[in-house]
Write a protein that binds this ligand. Structure first.
Ligand code: ATR
Length: 281
């Protein structure tokens, strides 16, 4: 019987996950297909019953369900618990296991460009749901998260406090304003806010201060976790300054590869997945 997988999200239509997972199943001749489960919060409970009855073997979880899915799962792995979000579910004999592969994706993307992360100094922009997996991954690899900067400083403060305590480290927090008045000396800058998704047509004049040459100059490597557009306005600035850049599609690729490995227990055909992904940009 063909195994069923898919992405649980709302909206789900624009997801690139079906493309990469179906290409990977095909490449390894695995009898499985990956589709869309475009559902709202109030439909989750019925969906979970369907997963168990119809023997859906596993699914990805994206916005807005990464946190709300947790209460429906039987087992949640430690990393996902600490991040507070699940993006991967495996159905093993009607026992639902939750994992988070976003932090794996973020770390892999960074390591591909930077090498080892231990001792690397990092500044984070944003303090939302997506930020949590990125910070968790960095701290797990013993990188030094110097500061979390966010539009609402209180959100950055809370996140810094939570992860400082979890890992026994010191993390500063602050706002995205008046960056020129503060001195930053770090290896890596990581942009995790949804600014590009929410404002796809920003003009040069509307760009936030964190895109200024004076600020971006402080870092050797600049990563953006958003992949639409692939080269965000921040990455454009970094590129112009000759910095190494990491676009969001690399994190997407590696989080998907890890999902594939959790479901199939086989090594993901990463180059096939990379190839189909690159063709979409
Ligand atoms: P996600 O799960 O995608 O991370 P989220 O949890 O809603 O979404 O978080 C969105 C992040 O983007 C937050 O850090 C948010 O800042 P606030 O905490 O101040 O809300 C940030 N963000 C959204 N729009 C932004 C904008 N126009 N400029 C700067 N930051 C923005």
């Amino acid at each position: 019987m063909t195994k069923q997988y898919g992405i649980l999200a709302f909206p789900a239509k624009h997801s690139l996950s079906p493309l990469v997972h179906n290409a990977a199943f095909k490449a390894l001749k695995i009898d499985a297909q990956y589709g869309l489960f475009e559902l709202k919060d109030e439909e989750l409970s019925a969906f979970i019953k369907q997963v168990k009855n119809d023997y859906i073997s596993g699914f990805s979880v994206s916005l807005p369900h990464k946190e709300s899915i947790i209460k429906y799962l039987n087992v949640v792995d430690e990393d996902a618990q600490k991040i507070g979000a699940v993006n991967t579910v495996i159905n093993e004999g009607e026992i639902l296991h939750g994992y988070n592969t976003d932090f794996v994706g973020s770390n892999q993307a960074l390591k591909e460009i930077v090498g080892g992360l231990s001792g690397k100094k990092v500044v984070i922009l944003g303090a939302g749901g997506a930020t949590r997996a990125v910070i968790y991954g960095l701290l797990k690899e013993k990188a030094e998260v110097l500061a979390i900067l966010n539009r609402t400083p209180e959100h950055a403060f809370n996140l810094a406090k939570e992860f400082s305590k979890m890992f026994g480290v010191k993390i500063e927090s602050g706002s995205l304003e008046n960056l020129h008045e503060r001195s930053f000396q770090a290896d890596i800058l990581i942009q995790t806010t949804s600014i590009w998704t929410l404002n796809p047509n920003m003009t040069e004049q509307e760009l936030p201060e964190f895109c200024s040459t004076e600020f971006v100059e402080n870092f050797d490597v600049v990563m953006d976790i958003i992949y639409r557009p692939r080269i965000t306005p921040l990455l454009q600035v970094a590129q112009r300054l000759g910095k190494k850049i990491i676009a969001g599609d690399l994190m997407f690729l590696y989080q998907a590869a890890k999902q594939f490995e959790l479901w199939t227990k086989q090594k993901a055909p990463i180059e096939i997945m990379r190839e189909v992904l690159e063709k979409t940009f």
